[in-house]
Design a binder for this molecule. Structure first.
Ligand code: PLP
Length: 424
């Protein structure tokens, strides 16, 4: 018997990894300055300059425009809020269909429901785990209003192809770019190919403001409509001379001056935060690349993967061990990982019971769509059998720790034959 930690041997990494901490003195100073200014939020939900937020919010939005090369950025208090504002801004109507991937965080699939929209799931690609354009094409009907592509784990979806499909069919393309700041396809930044790109600044992402989100667009009307949905738009649409009040029933989705001040500082260091994650992921990929039955994350040609998550696939027949046992053996060596990401979202009770708003099943009552198991076979198989998931953004991994992670992987792989006796 080998000395795998799973069987009582010494683990390669004896103590848990430290959590990654991206905040420092600069963030602290920025926060103190906001507190000293006496204004923790500069927003008013009524006509006037303050409708668009305080000094920090406006400066943060301007810096974001500059960095991502877009004309407009609307900051919000989360990516979820950003998706809600984006879908409202495009004029999503009850019964309209929105095509989305099943493998993503739940907000992508849930936000259309607030406007009465019907989520339609199109399966993902085997290699990149992002939405498959050919599957999108076969789901388009006369009810389709938009495609929401997710640049999952930090790798761009096939954005150029999706842009063309959207244009050919008169659809909006929204990018849920929560996970892929600085990712790109053919040199074009993720989040700027869709009509609207939505970024997350929650605590788990590459850079953060505690909670927060950014919506980018080059379309002035969409930007204005998102600003209205963000901040009690019903009070100002007359003042702004807007003649289309559809979905301008404003919420309060506003970012604070504190969040924006931290965001400004974090944005200055975004290259540092992202390249460090890339280095960790590339190190792991190099280690597993000649192991037969293990497939590291793929990076398509002319694309940048920013490795919000490092996600590999295991072929359990080839390796001779189930995904779940392999994952447990890694965990026992001190390599934090999860077998699988989130289950395909149509398996959530909201879709299985077709009940979202109220008790009568609205908005599903207006739709012929159903959500049975088997709907997206690729997403289901990857989830159930193949994916192992590690979060470079969650852990402080210096060069020494990276080496230990690599050694842990090698140890488990080399002793894989012993794992066939492991209790499941
Ligand atoms: C994190 C995440 C969200 C939600 O972001 P919040 O800012 O927490 O609302 C949405 N979509 C994806 C793909 C995410 O990773």
């Amino acid at each position: 018997m080998s000395d795998l930690a799973m069987f009582g041997g010494p683990p390669v990494i004896p103590s848990p990894l430290a959590p990654y901490e991206s905040l420092g003195k600069k963030e602290q100073d920025a926060l103190i300055a906001v507190v000293e200014s006496g204004s923790l939020s500069g927003f008013y939900g009524s006509p006037g300059d303050e409708f668009f937020g305080g000094a920090q919010v406006q400066a943060f939005e301007a810096a974001w425009c500059e960095r991502f090369g877009v004309n407009h950025t609307i900051s919000v208090n989360s990516n979820t809020s950003g998706l809600l504002a984006a879908l409202g801004a495009i004029g999503l109507c009850p019964g309209d269909e929105v095509i989305i991937p099943p493998t993503t965080m739940s907000a992508t699939a849930i936000t259309p429901l607030f406007w009465g929209g019907i989520p339609v799931f199109a399966d993902i690609e085997e290699e990149t785990f992002c939405i498959d354009p050919s599957k999108v094409l076969s789901e388009i009907t006369e009810r389709t209003k938009a495609i929401v592509a997710v640049n999952l784990f930090g790798h761009p979806a096939r954005l150029g192809e999706l842009r063309k499909i959207a244009d050919d069919h008169g659809l909006f393309l929204i990018e849920d770019n929560a996970q892929a700041p600085l990712g790109y396809e053919d040199g074009i930044p993720c989040g700027t190919i869709g009509d609207i790109g939505v970024f997350s600044l929650n605590y788990h992402k590459h850079i953060h403001t505690g909670e927060g989100g950014m919506c980018t667009t080059n379309d002035k009307t969409l930007a204005q409509r998102m600003a209205l949905i963000r901040n009690h738009g019903e009070n100002v649409h007359e003042w702004l001379g807007i003649d289309n009040p559809a979905n301008v029933i404003g919420l309060n989705l506003r970012q604070t001056e504190m969040g924006a001040a931290v965001g400004l500082v974090q944005l200055e260091d975004i290259d540092l935060h992202v390249t460090r994650r890339e280095k960790i992921a590339e190190g792991l990929s190099a280690t597993v690349s000649d192991m037969s039955g293990i497939t590291p994350p793929i990076v398509r040609e002319n694309c940048r993967h920013n490795y919000y998550c490092w996600v590999m696939k295991i072929n359990s027949r080839e390796v001779g061990v189930s995904r779940d046992i392999f994952s447990k053996a890694l965990e026992a060596e001190g390599f934090p990982n999860t077998p699988a990401y989130l289950a395909p979202l149509y398996l959530l009770p909201v879709f299985q019971k077709r009940m979202a708003i109220g008790m009568s099943g609205w908005p599903f009552t207006s739709a012929h769509r159903t959500y049975e198991k088997g709907l997206c076979p690729v997403a289901e198989r990857l989830h159930e059998e193949e994916i192992i998931f590690f979060e470079p953004c969650a852990w402080a991994v210096d060069d020494e720790t990276l080496e230990q992670l690599q050694q842990a992987f090698v140890k488990v792989f080399e002793n894989r034959r012993d794992l066939s006796n492991a209790p499941s």
